[in-house]
Design a protein around this ligand. Structure first.
Ligand code: GLA
Length: 388
């Protein structure tokens, strides 16, 4: 792939790329809609992601091209950059805007992007492109940001430039991911542990619903707002900064403070899910994949019934898992409303699973899902310049 990218870069820009970078996508094993509530999540970086090839130019312009989209853009250096509709290049432009406003002297750049994460599939293609751009700019212009700074500034671009009030999980996972490790990340303190994602006889399957996602951003922001309402209600009696500062038992004692039934359901999901992540981390450490799988199903049920971010497509995948003895657990991953689900599937039964889930899903939903077996890879970095 790298070879083809170098050739394309040369064809587009009539010169060689100076550097090449890669940032992965991510799946979240468990801990959904938790990051913006200050709790624990368990994401891993996957081996698919975003590539960025780049070379400085002397023309005082930023040029953006992608192998995934026909739209390209060329903009002169300026003091402030604006979002341009829903175009893909808003992500790198947002990062450039951040560096500029933070006082860094930039120069013109020719850039070529390529991503092999299915877009809008809930595998964090946006965090991946943000982080790869931030990492590249920091490297080329010696801007002096730490990797954690790059995570935080990419999140800030997502929140303030793109307009999605997401938490920090995706940017953190794609920056700090490690091969064959899951990150147990505390989204309040940002302390994390990279734990062996030893799945024994099982592998991690990713099932893309192939459902076109819409309303995701507005529904996502609505959930963030609902959690704020729940928190404000609880703060009348409890001295807490986040919903995840309390456990399910404490919520039970104080739940009368939340008078709106919908808001209470949202709070229950968040607080119980956070408790589940603790149990899931222990189960993984003890190689107890049945317990891990049980927690995955419980997480899915709660996202469906209490948080209401699932849908017929994601539900069909989790439902099927419960009927197949080769599946230890299955759940939606990411924001929801479409996108991807994951499943822990017996390694030697993956092909059987793949054909059965495809049939089940297609009969129920009317079109086929895409099923992959996934590898857990490293976080953002410079690609070796040797062409292969
Ligand atoms: C999206 C957001 C994350 C996180 C998940 C849900 O991926 O970008 O910050 O909130 O949804 O867990």
């Amino acid at each position: 792939m790298k070879h083809t990218l170098y050739q394309k870069f040369n064809k587009f820009y009539n010169k060689d790329a100076q550097n090449a970078y890669f940032s992965p996508g991510r799946v979240n094993l468990i801990g959904e809609h938790i990051d913006y509530n200050g709790g624990l999540v368990m994401p891993c970086a996957i081996t698919q992601g975003s590539y960025l090839l780049i070379a400085p130019n002397e023309d005082g312009v930023f040029r953006f091209r992608s192998l995934n989209f026909p739209e390209q853009q060329e903009i002169p250096l300026q003091d402030q950059y604006k979002k341009d509709g829903d175009n893909w290049f808003n992500f790198p432009i947002g990062i450039i805007n951040y560096f500029t406003k933070d006082g860094h002297q930039l120069k013109g750049l020719d850039m070529l992007f390529y991503g092999d994460i299915p877009l809008g599939s809930g595998l964090s293609s946006s965090a991946s492109i943000e982080v790869v751009t931030a990492f590249a700019l920091n490297d080329i212009f010696n801007s002096g940001y730490s990797k954690l700074d790059l995570v935080k500034l990419s999140k800030s671009v997502e929140n303030n430039f793109i307009g999605v009030n997401s938490g920090i999980m995706d940017q953190f996972a794609v920056a700090f991911g490690e091969k064959n490790k899951a990150l147990v990340l505390n989204c309040d303190t940002l302390e994390y542990q990279a734990v062996d994602s030893n799945l024994g006889d099982y592998l991690l399957a990713i099932i893309n619903t192939n459902k076109p996602r819409n309303l995701t951003e507005s529904k996502y922001n609505e959930r963030v707002q609902e959690c704020k309402e729940a928190l404000t209600a609880l703060q009348k009696e409890l001295n807490i900064n986040y919903l995840c500062d309390i456990d399910a038992e404490t919520l039970k004692k104080h739940e009368l403070l939340i008078t709106n039934a919908v808001i209470l359901k949202r709070a229950k999901h968040v607080i119980e899910e956070n408790d589940r992540v603790k149990l899931a981390a222990a189960a993984l450490a003890n190689n107890n994949l049945h317990e891990f799988g049980r927690l995955m199903y419980a997480s899915h049920d709660s996202l469906r019934d209490q948080y209401e971010v699932s849908g017929a497509e994601l539900d069909a995948i989790a439902e099927y898992g419960k009927t197949d003895p080769n599946v230890a657990g299955s759940r939606m991953t990411g924001a929801g409303f479409g996108g991807c689900a994951i499943a822990l599937v017996k390694r030697d039964a993956f092909d059987d699973y793949s054909s059965k889930i495809t049939k089940y899903y297609t009969d129920k939903i009317g079109y086929a899902p895409s099923v992959y077996s996934s590898l857990i890879g490293d976080g953002v970095g410079l690609l070796n310049l040797l062409v292969n």
